[in-house]
Design a protein around this ligand. Sequence first.
Ligand code: G6P
Length: 613
Amino acid sequence: MCGIVGYVGSRDAVPVIVEGLRQLEYRGYDSAGVAVVRDGTLQRRRSVGKLCNLEDSLRAEPLAGAFGIGHTRWATHGRPSEENAHPHQDCKGKIVVVHNGIIENYLPLKTRLAAQGHKFVTQTDTEVVAHLVESLYKGDLEDAVRRALGELEGIYALVLLHKDEPQKLIAARKGPPLVVGLGEKEHFLASDIPALLSYTRDFLFLDDGDVVVVTPDSVKLTDSSGRVVKRDPQRITWDPIQAEKGGYRHFMLKEIHEQPRAVRDTLLGRIGIEDGEVHLEELGAAEEELKRAKRVMLVACGTSWHAALVGKYLLEQVAQVPAEVDYGSEFRYRNPLVGPASLCVAITQSGETADTLAAFREAKRLGALPIAICNVQGSMITREAAGTLLTHAGPEIGVASTKAFTAQIVALALLALRLGRLRGTLTNERCRELLESLARVPHLMENALAMSGRMDDAAKWLSRSPNMLYLGRGVNYPIALEGALKMKEISYIHAEGYPAGEMKHGPIALIDESLPVVALCPRGRVYDKMLSNIQEVKARGGRVIAITFQGDTEVGKVLEADRDLIFDVPAVAEVWSPLLMVLPLQLMAYHTAVRAGRDVDQPRNLAKSVTVE
Ligand code: G6P
């Protein structure tokens, strides 16, 4: 949701900023822009659409600068246009600003500033910041920004510069993420680490309320009241290559194929097959408190919400602890009754999703023990949680989440197993059995992913279908939802996920020969019921894509060889079956979107991390 980059140092700022923006394009791609200063002259260049348009413009008419800022936009206020593209400037063209977030009181501020004579030229909320700082500027940008922040309501990551204050950037954070990259006589600012990994591994993470003044030789970090804060930098150990495509055509395909590794890494060091126990020491003191948990509230958004639904099933089935699931955006606006001994588990790949964070904070305020399942070390949620279970999926770049999802399910599985053992509701023997089968999952996933090549028949058919229905039951009902979401996100085909048992209460009316129905049919408790649901579809002339376990002999009997399709995955314990059943659905969505000519890694209107409510 908007990406920001800033640079001060001795290099030409433009390529540094553009390269950084490329790594942040997952955050938005409605427009892109840069503003740089050279010899006291401020120059801006902005283009609608993807970063490549800005790059074309810079190639045609190059810009250079000693310091500057850049932005890639996910539009909130004002349609995507060159005029609305960041950086925005004040009336005199001396101050420029880039922003990620929403200034909620921009209208009253705009009215006031316009009455004072400020000329507004965009429909954005951000432009008000440039004019507000201009109105407060008395020769010291830091002072003006600080006073402006006192008037802003909403959330923001902001970076500003003044053309007459050379080699200086001022940044502030309240909500959306911002990091400072530390170099030798050069410093960087960015919304996310990958933007700067080619230049540095050393980062300072800004907290809410922080203001930072960055020059080539110094980084002055202060809190909202202006007090200087000392904070240790963190060294990032990931390999920048992990954030590259590595020979795959798209990040999404690479990330689908990385899932066996992501699951293996998420299990690593946490399971003891010999002692039949799960070790989650990283939860620290919070681990002890788990024992007292009488109830678990899971909060999340998007794909992570689907992982939470699987988590509910696992917590109830494996740990026998009552669990409920909320959308981050809904939790706060009902009246959540957080009883004693409640655990709130937030599931978020990025650790920055505004709705999830807001729900998490509310649950914490109401007395729940806050635990995070997160893929980004050092992200906002990990700093607010009493304990974090990191998923080790590695950086996920494709906007449609894949490897983070399966890693989240594994983290939830570990939590359920640990809770079961701590509460005494899971025997050591059963825990060992479950761990043994969980440990085999990465290998089984590798086997399942080998089907990649066979998806073409499905993709050919599906890319011409305007609608689809996904059916699942039990622990695989959330996988039906996730399969439908993947299809919607990247192919723009309308797809609905439904609990198969509910089909007769409505969706059955949609079934005819033109509606592809994906049915998740692994062997297990609800296998016979799923078979009946498939029969119901077939009886109405529907066409089915069934996902079964290898060796299944029944499903094929109710399908028609020339009209239906079957994909099978290796058999596994039913509780872990979502980890395998989701793979063909991810591949199906991917290949369908590619065949339909969609932009798989950057689907329209979406952003990877959504830092506004
Ligand atoms: C956005 C992304 C989804 C993601 C959701 C939650 O909508 O496009 O892929 O599932 O945010 O993100 P989180 O980082 O909290 O898991």
